[in-house]
Design a protein around this ligand. Structure first.
Ligand code: PGA
Length: 259
């Protein structure tokens, strides 16, 4: 099963994830990171900027999970812009080595296939950071997504558009479509690190970790992966039936082991 770590706050989760990523980059300077957007991964990027201060990150490669369709890539809320602002610039990554799904490609039908091919050519993702939507999505794989899905165009749910309206001046501005890595694509990453903070995520986290594996809750796909770490604060962990067991397990783990 996934390793569930209940941490006091988002900063502690960010630090744990950043430590794992730094250890990876120390082993392999050209590590491939799977990058998530939204509010959730920000503490990871902040901790990484601190912890990686003495490290050369110029060869690190990255692939973002998703991108809006129909939003100018230069728009400040396009995920290309977000990744540049929150990840590439603060960490000093090489912009050409960090890719976002090409949602402005005139041939959208095959753009996903080409993105998956790029990930494959890079040798696959070493560590994939994941947030979780209140509707249980990972990437933008909304309820009903196939567990075998590849990078493709999806329609955002009303819930997701409402959740993301906070990033835009006008809720109508939130795009209706996206190009997102599929669940099948995400499951190919070697290590999945799912983070969730706050009461609003508690039900989705419970379903993802302890519920049945079902396309109705796309994040439950993580149960099919052999190396998953779930980092949650107390509020996001509040509906977990086995919370005490997760705490005991983590408390009994040798310090050297990492996540
Ligand atoms: P959030 O979004 O990090 O902004 O809460 C998570 C997601 O939709 O995956």
């Amino acid at each position: 099963m996934a390793e569930i770590v209940i941490v006091p706050d988002a900063e502690a989760a960010g630090d744990l994830a950043a430590r794992a990523i730094v250890a990876l980059i120390e082993r392999r300077g050209d590590a491939v990171l799977g990058l998530a957007t939204g509010s959730t991964p920000l503490p990871v990027y902040r901790a990484l900027a601190e912890r990686a201060a003495g490290l050369d990150l110029a060869r690190v490669r990255g692939f973002a999970l998703d991108e809006y369709v129909g939003l100018d890539p230069a728009h400040p809320e396009s995920y290309r812009s977000v990744i540049r602002r929150e990840v590439i610039e603060p960490l000093g990554l090489t912009p050409e080595l960090v890719r976002t799904p090409p949602a402005d490609d005139p041939d959208l039908q095959t753009a996903g296939e080409r993105y998956d091919a790029e990930i494959r050519a890079a040798g696959g993702v070493d560590v994939q950071l994941l947030g979780i939507g209140t509707d249980g999505h990972i990437g933008f794989n909304e309820p009903g997504s196939s567990f075998a899905s590849r990078t493709r165009v999806k329609t955002l749910t009303r819930q997701t558009r409402a959740d993301n309206a906070r990033f835009f001046d006008d809720p109508e501005e939130v795009p209706r479509h996206c190009l997102t890595q599929g669940l099948g694509t995400i499951l190919e990453a070697r290590h999945l690190v799912l983070l969730a903070f706050g009461e609003g995520k508690a039900e989705a986290v419970r379903g993802a970790v302890e519920g049945p594996v079902t396309a109705m809750l796309p994040a439950s796909a993580i149960q099919l992966h052999p190396h998953v770490t779930v980092l949650v604060d107390e509020a996001a962990a509040s509906r977990l039936e086995l919370a005490e067991y997760y705490r005991d397990t983590y408390a009994g783990k040798p310090a050297w082991q990492g996540i």
